[in-house]
Design a protein around this ligand. Structure first.
Ligand code: ADP
Ligand code: MG
Length: 552
């Protein structure tokens, strides 16, 4: 038997986690069940490509049992199992897939307990309740089985063991009770049942447990006597949430599903439950997250929705279902109209899929417009997180997406002192106003001080303040809104009248300034300000700055 040490960072994280005043210890069960379900999923995926493996539904399940005397809880699955290397790789490094985000968050904030609550650190959450954990496992296709054991944060051991069939059996040896924590609480079938129903109800495989039942001993007897017996019961409903009616579901159900599916560590801002019957029928639940996914700005981020065909997962991230403008949307689509044995290539050409994607896009747009109309505060929150994504999509489509998306934009208004839509600007326009004016700058305060704006402001004309570097590019690509052209206030200055008498002075100034300027002109649009800088040609000064920045 070899003693092995945890990777250094794992050890530190584990200590942090176990020692933090973490109240929500019960999540360990959810994590173990999720892992068991993932392991069965892997068998399912394997069966898609492996002709020798038939996925017989009845053979795949998760079973929970406990032993009151030994004070142990065991979670067993018939999934893919782990080899010796897998054990070393996956259980020797803390919560592999979650590690990076977890560490980043820890670095950012000083709220360890809360963060652990949000993340759930997977397998290691076992140590919230267990003083010792043992993992007996056999990988599908391997001859050897292995026993992994760990009693503390120092290390673990792996030795060869015996196990009949593939899968994993994880046993937790509960910690001793303390004044604050009675770990024996978990050695109770009703407690376990309620945890499963609460956290793992939609796991697609049966989660079974022996439950105590009573029956009448002797039907004939005058005074009925009862006897207890045990029966293996399935605790989870397994019916996917999207197959249920909206009326059956509470907000909590949607939010739980969002977390169960690992869509995000935040809470969803809102969701859309779709049930379309028609030429192409499908069901979907789409979520608009509150915050940007942690890797949203990185290259590794992949958009997409989970695609099911009649309850069976086909693809975890179907990109074709989401336009770039809504790459942040999370969720699931289930359609019976997709043929089941589709290979991924064929699926991508699927016309049905395009119909669904189009439909989904429209639903998202109308949901956002509804939010904009009915809950402005929520919409502004949404826009803060994802407004830029929509703007980039319009810019990158060379304006093709303009008509669809332009009414989702918000820009800060000089008059309202808050973000407004283009439509609101349009409605506020003066009768003879033929342009939509904007100004660019690094912040509202900076733009507010621009002398170029004072002329328009004194005429009570509204100006949109563009603070996001992409804003001006987007307006350029759009050109106009409802036939009103966008116009930068710095270009407006050019309409100032020149008088011959001033020409001489300006000539003189030009000679002094030399190459620094192209031209010196008079303007009526400066208000109280003596002078303003402006750029020639099509680009504003701010935009030139951005271009210069990009060239470097
Ligand atoms: P995550 O599930 O986010 O990857 P975990 O800490 O929960 O992180 O699990 C770490 C890894 O250990 C899993 O990715 C998986 O490879 C392996 N693992 C855990 N439990 C099981 C299991 N029951 N069967 C097979 N592999 C497992
Ligand atoms: Mg996990």
């Amino acid at each position: 038997m070899v003693k092995r040490k945890y990777k250094a960072e794992s050890k530190r994280l584990m200590e942090l986690m176990v020692n933090s005043i973490y109240t929500n210890k019960e999540i360990f069960l959810r994590e173990l069940i999720s892992n068991a379900s993932d392991a069965i999923d892997k068998m399912y995926y394997k069966s898609l490509s492996d002709e020798n493996l038939v996925f017989n539904k009845d053979d795949y399940y998760i079973e929970i049992s406990f032993d009151k005397e030994e004070r142990t809880i065991t979670v067993r699955d018939t999934g893919i199992g782990m080899s010796e290397e897998d054990l070393d790789e996956n259980l020797g490094t803390i919560a592999k897939s979650g590690t990076l985000e977890f560490k980043n968050e820890l670095a950012k904030e000083d709220k360890t307990a809360e963060i652990i609550g949000q993340f759930g650190v997977g397998f290691y959450s076992s140590f919230l309740v267990a003083k010792k954990v043992s993992v007996l496992t056999k990988k599908y296709g391997d001859d050897k089985a292995w026993l992994w054991e760990s009693e503390d944060v120092e290390g673990y051991s792996i030795e060869e063991a015996e196990k009949d069939s593939h899968g994993t059996e994880i046993t937790l040896y509960l910690k001793d009770n303390t004044e604050d924590d009675n770990f024996d609480d978990f050695l109770n079938e009703y407690r376990i049942e309620s945890l499963v129903k609460n956290y793992s109800n939609y796991i697609r495989y049966p989660i079974k447990m022996l439950m105590t039942k009573t029956k009448v001993k002797d039907e004939e007897a005058e005074t009925p006597e009862y006897e207890e017996y045990k029966e293996l019961e399935t605790l989870n409903s397994m019916i996917p949430i999207w197959k249920k009616n909206k009326s059956e579901l509470k907000d909590e159900d949607y939010i739980n599903f969002y977390h169960d599916q690992h869509y995000g560590f935040d809470n969803p801002l809102t969701w859309i439950h779709i049930n379309v019957e028609g030429a192409v029928s499908y069901r979907a639940i789409l979520y608009i997250p509150e915050a940007q996914p942690f890797d949203f700005r990185s290259k590794s981020y992949k958009k997409g929705l989970q695609l099911y065909s009649n309850g069976v997962l086909i693809m975890d991230k179907c990109e074709k279902l989401l336009p770039d403008s809504f790459s942040f949307v999370k969720g699931v689509v289930d359609s019976e109209d997709l043929s089941l044995n589709i290979s991924r290539e064929i699926l991508q050409e699927d016309r049905q899929l395009r119909v669904i994607a189009k439909n989904i896009e429209n639903k998202i747009i109308s949901e956002l417009k509804k939010m904009l109309k009915n809950d402005r505060e929520k919409y502004e929150k949404f826009y803060e997180s994802f407004g830029q994504t929509i703007k980039i999509a319009v810019y990158e489509s060379y304006g093709m997406e303009k008509d669809k998306l332009q009414d989702l934009f918000l820009f800060y208004s000089s008059k309202e002192k808050k973000p407004i839509t283009l439509e609101e600007y349009f409605k506020n326009m003066k009768e003879d106003q033929d342009k939509i004016y904007y100004a660019t700058g690094s912040s509202i305060e900076v733009i507010d001080k621009l002398p170029q704006g004072s002329g328009l402001k004194s005429k009570d004309i509204e100006i949109l303040y563009l603070t996001d570097p992409i804003d001006e590019f987007v307006l350029k690509v759009m050109g106009s809104y409802k036939e009103k052209e966008f116009s930068s206030i710095s270009q407006e200055l050019e309409s100032g009248k020149e008088e011959e008498t001033k020409d001489e002075l300006f000539e003189k100034m030009k000679t002094i300034l030399g190459d620094e300027v192209v031209e010196v002109k008079a303007s009526e649009n400066l208000g109280d300000n003596p002078v303003a800088l402006l750029s020639r040609g099509d680009l504003s000064i701010e935009m030139e700055k951005v271009l210069q920045y990009q060239e470097n």
